[in-house]
Design a protein around this ligand. Structure first.
Ligand code: 5AD
Ligand code: SF4
Length: 660
């Protein structure tokens, strides 16, 4: 099995001349040597500001076009130095000297990302192996829990949408067998868009492959668990589910405890004799793994996000009495490169475009483009629960978008935890800007007219993405660029790889090239060690940018993250006081940003009825602002209309009449 170094995570410093004396005086005596090297002697302002941290650097030989390489490196490592680095066989922990025309660099390899080549058997046909991981039921206290029997009734991978999907006769006629005794499911979802998109895929598998029906919403102890079930039950007496699925989030707060609280009534129901399958999916599942099964022997399946395509098979196993923990990391991603899908169509589950998806909306849809995250932000649990980056091929993404276009969708939002990393795990390399161009050029006219994406990372964001947003007709003028903090010391502690000034440089480029674009962000207050002065820098940055929308969070220590173990934690009362201050300022800026639309006629894509006023509809501008205005949803749903904006609210706009 050959392997190929795709990316290296680097630390280091740079010197103008060939100064071996300087090199030998910095022998690796402690873990901090590169921080000192960079801070004391490096002539590179970027690594100096960042204590030597360089971040992930791509292998240039995998880029067809050298202009694809992230702009950021040009300021840190010369292209000769990068090429020299990748021409050697390096491994984690190596310290090496590389030379480029602008000087020499002393580099430490902190991590590497290797593409396994020629390993298709394990990636393509691993489902059998995974199912063989069946373990006998764990003995819990009391009765052995019961699960209903599941049987696969269809393998059709059509996209199912909420309007005319699984309920119509055509879909029913595709079903091959009947379901022995499992009929209804209940899914409770918490967390980000990624989790909502995952729930759509879970529902697609439950309905499309197992023929189950969604139950009406049921109350749970946890108000943050939102039901995504949208079926209205006709019976007064609510049926109970045959399968309960919790799709969980662990990014903040006491997520595990919330899951335990939500599980309580169902485990009790099961112990009382109700045949019920309990599945815990999402990030808590991935984080806790078998510990969940030990704590709650009533759980049948712990499902890491990457195993969703196999959910049908796994539930059939559960129906036979197995208890499964599917959280081991695996690599399954579609091979990059044109024609990859055609070459290997036998890989039935090779990518989620093949699994049925029950879309929650009929106008806009989520499309995953890259899973996982390779970053090392010291507060974030995502890399440990979502695994390494795995990009889907551009062709598979287009395929899914074309299916959406054919079903009448008008907008797609491309999803990735760090979307700027898109394509760096591919051979040949692709970039996120390439993907935007490819989709923009290949989606037929008058179908999907809006492409959005989340989430950018300031460290890897490239100017080509700004150009794509500014120039491509379908790509919306909307940037989601989390800054997390304004103070350089705090940013270093977070290991974000940029500074106040370098973040502002990106904002200036955006404002110059796409002046009307909205800029949204995420911020964390009360990160360990954040002083009042440091917090003030966050407010300063907000004043300079004036975000259209800001997601504000108080730092919460997460398991398996570095910062959780630091001693300089900030007391909760200080955190909540700072949170209130950022929220007040964010609201002030959001209103100012809304006001710029008043009196203008703006293109709005109509999505829904206004839930608070049935005579009004809700749509969104290209910049992502909600607009409420009078109209008939049956006539306008999915239409692009020009609306005059009459009033600005903090987070939304009010529209007047539709203009021609
Ligand atoms: N505490 C608080 N906020 C966090 N985020 C991620 N991890 C944490 C944490 N431990 C926030 C970041 C990220 C958003 C999705 O959630 O702002 O961008
Ligand atoms: Fe978490 Fe985003 Fe950092 Fe990845 S880039 S570790 S998802 S905050």
């Amino acid at each position: 099995m050959a392997d190929l170094v795709m990316n290296l995570y680097l630390n280091g410093g740079k010197s103008e001349g060939d100064d071996n004396a300087a090199q030998s005086s910095y022998e690796r005596t402690d873990g901090d040597v590169f921080s000192r090297l960079a801070t004391d002697v490096s002539t590179c302002p970027f690594t100096r500001e960042d204590s030597g941290e360089i971040g992930w650097v791509d292998n240039p030989s995998n880029h067809r076009d050298k202009s694809d390489l992230n702009d950021v490196y040009a300021d840190i490592l010369s292209s000769e130095a990068i090429e020299d680095l990748f021409s050697r066989r390096v491994k984690g922990g190596d310290v090496i000297k590389v030379e480029g025309k602008d000087g020499w660099h002393l580099i430490r390899v902190d991590d590497l990302f290797i593409k396994l080549v020629g390993d298709t058997d394990t990636t393509a046909d691993g489902s059998k192996n995974r199912i063989n991981k069946v373990r006998p039921k764990l003995k819990g206290s009391g009765q052995i829990p019961l699960s209903p029997v599941f049987q696969k009734i269809g393998t059709d991978a059509d996209i199912i949408d909420s309007n005319d999907g699984i309920d119509n006769d055509d879909e029913q006629s595709k079903m091959i067998y009947s379901v022995p005794n499992a009929k209804h499911y209940q899914i409770l979802t918490s967390g980000c868009q990624m989790n909502v998109a995952d729930s759509e895929r879970i529902m697609g598998v439950l309905e499309g492959e197992l023929g189950l029906k969604a139950l009406d919403a049921i109350n749970t102890a946890d108000p943050t668990l939102i039901t995504t079930s949208n079926k209205k039950s006709k019976n007064k007496k609510k049926p109970t589910p045959d399968i309960l699925l919790l799709n969980t989030c662990t990014i903040r707060d006491h997520a595990e405890q919330k899951v335990y609280d939500a599980l309580g009534p169902y485990t009790a129901m099961k112990r009382a004799g109700k045949p019920l399958a309990i599945v815990v999916a999402g990030c808590v599942a991935q984080q806790e793994g078998e510990a969940l099964l030990r704590r709650f022997p009533e759980i049948d399946l712990v499902l890491g996000p990457q195993y969703i395509p196999w959910l049908g098979e796994l539930l059939v196993e559960v129906g036979k009495g197995s208890q499964l923990c599917m959280t081991e990391s695996m690599i399954w991603s579609e091979k990059g490169g044109i024609g990859a899908i055609d070459k290997d169509s036998s890989r039935e589950k090779d990518g989620d475009w093949m699994t049925p998806i029950k879309r929650g909306h009929s106008v806009r849809a989520w499309v995953n483009v890259i899973y996982g995250c390779n970053e090392h932000c010291t507060y974030c649990v995502v890399p440990s629960v979502r695994g390494v980056e795995q990009s889907r091929s551009m062709e598979a993404i287009l395929q899914e978008c074309l299916q959406l276009a054919a079903s009448g969708y008008k907008e797609v939002t491309l999803l990735g935890q760090n979307i700027d990393a898109y394509g760096r795990d591919m051979i040949p390399k692709r970039t996120f800007a390439d993907l935007l161009h490819y989709l923009n050029d290949n989606l037929p006219p008058n179908t999907i007219s809006r492409i959005r994406y989340v989430t950018s990372h300031p460290r890897y964001f490239s100017e080509r993405v700004i150009d794509a947003v500014a120039n491509l007709d379908k790509v919306c003028e909307c940037f989601h660029m989390p800054f997390q903090a304004g103070d350089d010391e705090v940013l270093r502690g977070m290991r974000r790889g940029y500074t106040f000034d370098s973040y502002m440089k990106i904002i200036q480029k955006i404002r110059a090239k796409a002046p009307d674009a909205s800029i949204c962000g995420d911020v964390i207050v009360g990160f360990p060690g954040e002083t009042e002065e440091a917090f003030q820098r966050t407010l300063d940055l907000m004043e300079e940018v004036k975000f259209d929308n800001l997601n504000t969070f108080a730092y919460s220590p997460r398991p398996n993250t570095e910062a959780a173990n630091w001693e300089n934690q900030i007391p909760p009362e200080v955190q909540s006081e700072r949170l209130q201050r950022v929220q007040a300022l964010a609201a002030k800026h959001a209103l100012e940003r809304s006001e710029r639309y008043v009196g203008k006629v703006i293109e709005v894509l109509v999505e829904d009825r206004n839930p608070k006023n049935g005579g009004e509809v809700m749509g969104r501008t290209r910049q992502g602002r909600q607009v409420f205005f009078e109209g008939d949803i049956d006539e306008l749903k999915g239409e692009l209309v020009n609306v005059e904006i009459t009033e600005a609210r903090t987070w939304s706009l009010v529209g007047g009449s539709i203009q021609d």
